[in-house]
Design a binder for this molecule. Sequence first.
Ligand code: SF4
Length: 323
Amino acid sequence: MARVDPKEKAKHIQAALPGLRALVSSCRVCGRACGVDRLGAGLGYCRANAGDGDHARWSAAVLHFGEEPMLVGRGGSGTVFFSHCNLRCLFCQNWQISHEGEGRLGHFSELARAFMDLQAQGAENINLVTPTQYIYPAVQALGLACAQGLNLPVVYNTNGYDAVELVGLLDGIVDIWLPDLKYMESAPAARHSRAADYPEVAQAAVQAMWRQTGPLVLADGAARRGVIIRHLVLPENQSGTFEFLLWLKDHDMTGVTLSLMSQYSPQFRAAECPEINRSLTPKEYDDVVDFAASLGFEQVLTQEMASRAVYLPDFEKDEPFRQ
Ligand code: SF4
């Protein structure tokens, strides 16, 4: 199991907290830059509001065995799903928590306890899923957990719509960046996620993450540090997958670990957009995998088309991924 030094991480956390506090007090942690006070009653696009900077809302804290193999390792990924979302895509498979905000409200000390419980259960890492809108209480929880001996790598599992300033503040706190890069063009980003500037915001964030940690480093088969970029291939190339791969190559990132995901199926309100109201065809997926290989990407994780059902969680259940 990959370990980190909790004392060293605690120092980074203490140094980052004032900057994070300033960033959320007139919130600009993500591309929406709402400017609302997230230490008080401010309600931004994400609809996340705990009334102060000390509470967060999260839906589940579980060992998850459906993530990429180097995140699962032997013990599973200690995954915490935060409620609400700053992007809220029309086709979201986690719509119960992202759009409807399902989850429990808890103080950061309870969140720290959840991290420690996951470590006690043998988790390989602490995997923060869509944490951006609750970043201040999440980092406070990490600080408390580090003081209690949390020594697992921290995974930042994000839709990619993060401010570069936030990425900088999390240097030394996040060990493994796990961003999506969802779109390369404004039109589909606006239509499916109401974020026309998603491509420029996410590209800048991903470049900052890459500069910060570089390629993925493994220890005993589990991820220890680095970047894994996820890309959900959408029908009709709405995700701009060929452009995405060319962009990575043009930016000297062929050494990045890529997770090319075939699991798309039309969920939630996808029927409102005919171009994404179907699953991916095997040919659409094979074409992008072949293109990645032709460009020289060596670290490409692919999915079986048949694996789609495994990735549809139900957050009404205590164990969302159990079929
Ligand atoms: S995290 Fe929420 S409040 Fe803050 S900028 Fe993003 S959408 Fe707005």
